[in-house]
Design a protein around this ligand. Structure first.
Ligand code: NAD
Length: 395
């Protein structure tokens, strides 16, 4: 029987090759003055940037611009809001990877209000309720991984001792439109494809087995996982011109954002928070390097402590789907899931955590900091020793 569930806001979505050409006209529906947030380089060197400038000019739209070339901090967001507030921005447009999309999302959220984003970050500061409204926000991803174009949170980090990686989250922050154009992914180098693809895969798998999953999110998660199977290794191995696999990953990432916003995530993202706060490791690399071992630990813990838990059947289903063997019995399929994830981790050359300076001495701090929001929807409550085991295997 289908249990009650709720679905919160999903953006309007324009998906497919060359949909980017619709951006200027779409932005013009919200007003005459835009704030355009991009990354440092790749998009601005593309023909799409030249075209966008021409389209904006032709439409008589004015714009301020801003570059974000690192994972965003609260200071970056506050400074941008201070600089742009009162300049009459009608719509914010973010074009870039998850860092750009999250920065633009947080800026759009605070432009009408002007207070510090620190007031609202989860788990740090006063956690004052945010009530909106946000400035209308249009999100255009240039990486296929985070799904930020479809989520209601912006991840902000302060790195180093006492650092954190936390979300500013509210339904009002969901972009009005997500324009997902796989052509914008053509410049992604292989290591970015690998890390982002594993981020999307992790988000889909964690959504699928989340304690808050529903038949609605399950359908989307399975569709996204199928697209990951079809696209990830072919895109990585065949290169940027492989159009069909690139499009499959753009789709998978979008779906991963939709599902994670409904269900929350799991232990991999629980760990990504303290690891990302302490070490300069790209978010997708953390996810990709941990997902196989974290899945193995979840499955073992469930088999021991909750052998009839529905997540076990779901892990089996994901194993059949990702391995392409639809006839495997459940226990074998779960083993095949772990083997497939481990095989992809190796073929995609995802580095160990130690490559970024993580040592066993850091485990205590990481374990102490991993029980925030994502860990709360992991299908099983992991013991500290099990979490240390995940880290040990990838350090
Ligand atoms: P990123 O945005 O940090 O970009 C990584 C690098 O790739 C940058 O140097 C960027 O300039 C470059 N790049 C981006 N697009 C490119 C392209 N088309 N061609 C060549 N280079 C390109 O990386 P990301 O993995 O997309 O985003 C990571 C951030 O997203 C992290 O801060 C993470 O916490 C956050 N995140 C947010 C959500 C959410 O729901 N809001 C979900 C997952 C992750």
């Amino acid at each position: 029987m289908i249990q009650p569930f709720a679905v919160s806001g999903v953006p309007n979505i324009l998906f497919g090759e060359d949909r980017f050409a619709e951006l200027a006209a779409l932005a013009g529906r919200f007003g005459r003055r835009l704030l355009i947030v991009t990354g440092g380089k790749s998009f601005r060197e593309s023909p799409q940037w030249v075209q966008l400038l021409a389209d904006l000019r032709a439409a008589g739209l004015h714009f301020a611009e801003m570059k974000v070339d690192t994972e965003p901090s609260p200071q970056l967001v506050d400074a941008a809001v201070a600089a742009q507030r009162g300049t009459g921005i009608d719509v914010v447009v973010g074009i870039g990877g998850g860092s750009v999309l999250d920065a633009a999302k947080a800026i759009a959220g605070l432009l009408p209000h002007g207070n510090s984003v620190m007031d609202h970050l989860e788990g740090v500061g006063p956690e004052l309720p945010y009530r909106g409204p946000s400035t209308p926000y249009l999100a255009v991803p240039t990486t296929a991984g985070t799904g930020s174009e479809a989520t209601k949170n912006a991840v902000l980090s302060v790195r180093g001792p006492g650092g954190f990686k936390k979300s500013f989250r509210h339904d009002c922050l969901v972009p009005r439109y997500a324009i997902v154009d796989p052509v914008l992914l053509k410049s992604c180098p292989p290591e970015l494809i690998a890390a982002n693809g594993m981020d999307a895969l992790t988000q889909l798998l964690e959504s699928y087995v989340s304690t808050r999953a529903s038949p609605f999110t399950d359908a989307l998660a399975l569709s996204g996982l199928m697209a990951v199977r079809e696209g990830l290794l072919p895109w990585y191995e065949q290169g940027p011109d492989a159009g069909a696999p690139r499009t499959a990953l753009a789709y998978a990432a979008l779906l991963s954002g939709i599902t994670l916003a409904q269900t929350g995530l799991g232990s991999v993202h629980g760990l990504a928070s303290p690891i990302g706060a302490c070490f300069p490791i790209p978010h997708g690399v953390v996810c990709g390097t941990l997902v196989a071992m974290a899945t193995a630990v979840n499955i073992t813990a469930l088999e021991r402590r909750a052998p009839s838990h529905p997540a076990l059947a779901k892990y089996a289903c994901a194993g059949r789907l990702l391995s392409g063997n639809g006839t495997l019995p459940d226990a074998d399929a779960r083993g095949r899931l772990i083997d497939t994830l481990a095989d992809w981790t190796q073929r995609l050359a995802l580095p160990q955590l130690s490559a970024y300076g993580v040592t066993a001495e850091d485990f205590e701090v990481i374990v102490a900091g991993c029980r925030g929001s994502s860990m709360k929807t992991n299908p099983v409550v992991l013991e500290d020793s099990e979490i240390r085991g995940i880290l040990q295997a990838r350090t």
